[in-house]
Design a protein around this ligand. Structure first.
Ligand code: ADP
Length: 255
């Protein structure tokens, strides 16, 4: 047999090589499958509002309508266009993250200031929902990176915390720096998340309740951003007990 004619040493090497190749093949296969699913999900989520736009326009054109009916059709069209715009914006952000860190577009950022500004941006929307938004921000924390990426990361976490917390609840943002790490923590007293969903939260288009407005891309942007700065996202949550999202970044990351 061929195998017996190969010296043992080389047989071991061949075995190792074939193991490495198989592992590589599995990774490529997984990657291609995820790309297929991503394209299918993106097309699906863009088709729904597009179909709505087409049917609103058809309804408006079918017969003579009152000004109020025309207005209604146009408002439907604008609402669905906004929905498509939100998906496309998030997809562009993800495409930017896929390109990896861009040192030319990066600068030394005062993360403490960005966090404070983000909390200020969300004060009014939180108050509108009767949610108390508080912050504990360590001053002088800085990081080398792109300001828009951190603004979006903070906005996505605060937007989710406000969206998934019923009136009367609380949201807190903490920025800390310890043991060579920068930690951004957003805690809410909201609806919480069941354990079976937790491992999937960073996946693109993953949404638990499709009746709630959203693109399902917010947390994949958060996780993707943390990853290009060599950090990660951790989630602790239980249904009815609120959620805590922790973004952990190595101090001095990106530089
Ligand atoms: P979406 O645009 O749907 O909010 P995200 O990627 O931001 O998408 O979040 C994915 C899903 O995770 C959401 O659909 C929601 O079910 C759940 N989720 C995110 N943040 C929270 C939170 N703070 N509390 C409860 N559920 C959350």
């Amino acid at each position: 047999k061929l195998e017996e004619r190969i010296p043992v040493k080389h047989r071991d090497e061949l075995g190792r090589l074939s193991g490495t190749l198989n592992a590589l093949f599995d990774r490529i296969h997984g990657f291609i499958q995820r790309q297929h699913r991503f394209t299918a999900d993106a097309s699906h989520d863009l088709t729904a509002p597009l179909t709505g736009i087409r049917s609103s326009a058809e309804v408006a054109l079918m017969k003579e309508r009152t000004p109020e009916e025309y207005r209604q059709s146009l408002e439907n069209i604008i609402g669905r266009t906004d929905k498509m715009q939100a998906i496309v914006d998030d997809l562009m952000t993800l495409a930017g993250l896929d390109a990896g860190p861009r040192p030319a577009k990066s600068a030394e950022l005062e993360l403490s200031k960005l966090a404070e500004e983000a909390v200020n941006r969300w004060q009014a929307p939180a108050a509108n929902e009767d949610i108390e938004l508080t912050a504990e921000i360590k001053p002088g924390v800085s990081i080398f990176g792109e300001p828009e990426q951190f603004d979006r990361l903070l906005d996505n976490l605060l937007s989710n915390a406000v969206k998934y917390t019923p009136p009367g609840g609380k949201v807190n943002l903490t920025l800390a720096q310890q043991d060579g790490e920068i930690i951004i923590r957003v805690t809410d007293t909201g609806i919480g998340i069941s354990p079976e969903h937790l491992p999937h939260l960073g996946e693109r288009f993953y949404r638990i309740d499709r009746r709630v407005e959203g693109t399902g891309l917010g947390l994949s942007i958060v996780q993707g951003t943390a990853q290009i700065y060599r950090g990660g996202m951790e989630v602790e949550s239980a249904p009815g007990e609120g959620s805590t999202f922790r973004i952990i970044l190595p101090d001095g990351s990106g530089s």
